[in-house]
Design a protein around this ligand. Structure first.
Ligand code: SAH
Length: 260
């Protein structure tokens, strides 16, 4: 247990905590996340959780990997929710550990809805989302007063696996001076086409940040017109964030972190 001068909520048996593990660096875990790791009987983690974080689980806790990677299902979503419900019904303290924040592009809402429908008690512990904390480790702020007073977080991967089209790309491209894309590598060429068609400048700064806040972090700075070739030339692989806009230029001075 953690020694703190205040109480954290007890992890009740038969409940599920849906916890965000942050983008990678174990130091970015919240106190509640660490408390949950120390108390859980069962840890059900997704593919993006760093092994150094799993190593913090209570000795004796069983860790099982169940998650999706880059939209390829290594486990079906209904299997995951069924598993959470069944473990909780066995009276276990179930920690559902997800990369970043559980409620940002992470299927956390679906899992919480399934628990609510099954009548299982749950708690949500927000985490630092990769699109903010991961970018910070690359020296790129999500906003700065001199560059942007709005930012859009966009998934490059719709529910059907295609480029999402339930929102107005033109409006978003015109309205959001900085855009941060999650899961953006697969359909990158089509997203770039849409952004250019919506009037974003080809020479606008863009960065690709892979494995942010981990020892493997790789950052490529490029432009909107150059990003597809830059990704191919560097052989970049998911998980990757893409960020478009003037904040990328601040990295020249703010690149504070050396991963290796
Ligand atoms: N819930 C997570 C996002 C899950 S979607 C969060 O809040 O961060 C998975 C996508 O998140 C990846 O495809 C990638 O775009 C992004 N991502 C998560 N962790 C990352 C990391 N360490 N480095 C770069 N991108 C990351």
């Amino acid at each position: 247990m953690l020694e703190l001068p205040f109480d954290l909520p007890p992890f009740e048996a038969g409940t599920v905590w849906l916890v965000g593990a942050g983008p990678g660096d174990p130091g970015l875990l919240s106190l509640l996340a660490l408390h949950a790791l120390r108390a859980a009987d069962r840890v059900v983690c997704d593919a993006l959780v760093d092994p150094r974080i799993l190593a913090l689980a209570r000795p004796g806790a069983v860790v099982e990997a169940m998650g999706k990677r880059g939209g390829q299902s290594s486990a079906r979503q209904t299997d995951i929710t069924d598993r959470l419900v069944s473990l909780a019904r066995q009276g276990l303290r179930v920690l559902r550990l997800k990369g970043g924040d559980p409620f940002v592009f992470g299927r956390g809402p679906e899992e919480a809805l399934a628990l609510a429908e099954a009548g299982i008690g749950f708690r949500v512990v927000p985490g630092i989302t990769a699109g903010i904390g991961g970018l910070a480790y690359a020296g790129i702020p999500a906003t700065s007063r001199d560059t942007n007073s709005a930012v859009a977080f966009v998934t490059g991967h719709g529910a059907d696996g295609e480029v999402p089209d339930e929102f107005d790309w033109d409006a978003l491209a015109k309205g959001a001076p900085v855009m941060v894309f999650y899961m953006g590598l697969r359909h990158l060429d089509r997203m770039v086409t849409r952004l250019l068609a919506a009037g974003r400048r080809p020479d606008e700064l863009m960065a690709v940040v892979c494995d942010a806040a981990t020892p493997r972090q790789t950052v490529v700075e490029t432009t909107l017109a150059g990003v597809v070739d830059a990704v191919a030339a560097a052989g970049l692989k998911p998980p990757a964030l893409l960020v478009l806009g003037a904040v990328v230029g601040l990295r020249a001075q703010l690149n504070w972190w050396q991963p290796r």
